[in-house]
Design a protein around this ligand. Sequence first.
Ligand code: HEC
Length: 152
Amino acid sequence: MENKIFKTLKVVNTLLIVVVLCFIFTLMAFLLLPKGGDVAAAANVAAAPAKPAGPDLSDPAVAKGKEIFTNNCSACHAPTDEVVVGPGLKGVDTRRDLAWITKWVQNPQKVLSSGDKYANDLYKKFNGTQMTAFPNLGEEDIKNVLAYIKAN
Ligand code: HEC
């Protein structure tokens, strides 16, 4: 009889320990796990863009192009489709080929006076604004500028 009571008590005791342990674990989980705000903040950090904004300057053509563009063109052109003094240059390599763009940059006046319709239409659209001539820029320079524009 006594033995039976003892056994029952032992079972109850074990159950009690299990319940208390469960309670402690739940409490610890609540205290130790990050709060909702922390989780959101952590997710925000993870969602931050891995790539820094702007063109990839690790490409030497893009870096050289940016330098040429900044020094000579950015007063009148954006590498996007935004109009500054002249047209935005985004996608210009799909409108004109490299040979045309090189000739144009080296001597816009000459292209205009040759009767080139595209150039003259654009010149009219920009109310006869003269683009500066850059006789020192070669095809390689223009290629770099186009790489920079594309990277934007
Ligand atoms: C003084 C302002 C000015 C500067 C500096 C300038 N441009 Fe221009 N550019 C223009 C204008 C204005 C036009 C529009 C045509 C016109 O009015 O002659 C134009 C047109 C162009 C076009 C034709 C665009 C198209 O949509 O077809 C290209 C390409 C171009 N420029 C490239 C350059 C490059 C490359 C540089 C730098 C090396 C440069 N420009 C510097 C004013 C400028």
